[in-house]
Design a protein around this ligand. Structure first.
Ligand code: CMP
Length: 153
């Protein structure tokens, strides 16, 4: 099973999309193993978005991400990183596929409602930046029997 980090960004929180977004991941069959609100700091964002540090939108991105707290979630599932990114949609919301979170609720490429880890490496890094060990829940859900075949699980 893979773990992947999702953030509902300040626009998603203020627009009241938290429940809708969580509902989509639950219905997809992903398992919620961590959940908290976090005020991102300058230091966290420098690390989180280190690959964007030289980009001209970096300052704007940091201002946006510190507008309000974010809602951080940790979801688990088979190949969860790719599955979650499909639910999220591509970066520029106005071009994102209808049916995805960004495609259904957004127009902006910056204020794009949600963030999801894009690789195993970034999932591990982001998990470490947001969640303490005791905030990650390991529990058995009987739902797995309904979601996956025995072989997949
Ligand atoms: P996210 O998936 O969190 O990854 C990096 C973020 O940078 C992205 O979502 C957007 O919020 C933001 N971003 C990406 N490209 C641009 C851009 N061209 N201009 C402004 N912000 C951007």
């Amino acid at each position: 099973m893979q773990k992947t980090v999702v953030l509902i960004k300040p626009d998603g929180l203020q627009r009241g999309l938290v429940g809708e977004i969580m509902h989509r991941f639950e219905r997809k069959g992903l398992k919620l193993i961590g959940l908290k609100m976090v005020t991102m700091t300058d230091e966290m964002l420098d690390n989180w978005y280190s690959h964007h540090k030289e980009k001209d939108f970096f300052k704007e991105l940091k201002k946006f991400m510190t507008w309000t707290p974010v809602v951080a979630m940790l979801w688990e599932g088979v190949e969860a990183i790719a599955a979650v990114r499909k639910v999220v949609g591509i970066t520029k919301s106005r071009e994102a596929e209808a049916g995805s979170v960004r495609g259904d609720f957004g127009m902006s490429g910056t204020q794009n409602i949600i963030h999801a880890s894009d690789s195993l490496e970034s999932a591990e890094k982001e998990l470490g930046l947001i969640f303490n060990g005791d905030e990650i829940y390991d529990y058995k859900s009987d739902m797995d029997k309904l979601i996956y075949s025995e072989e997949e699980a």
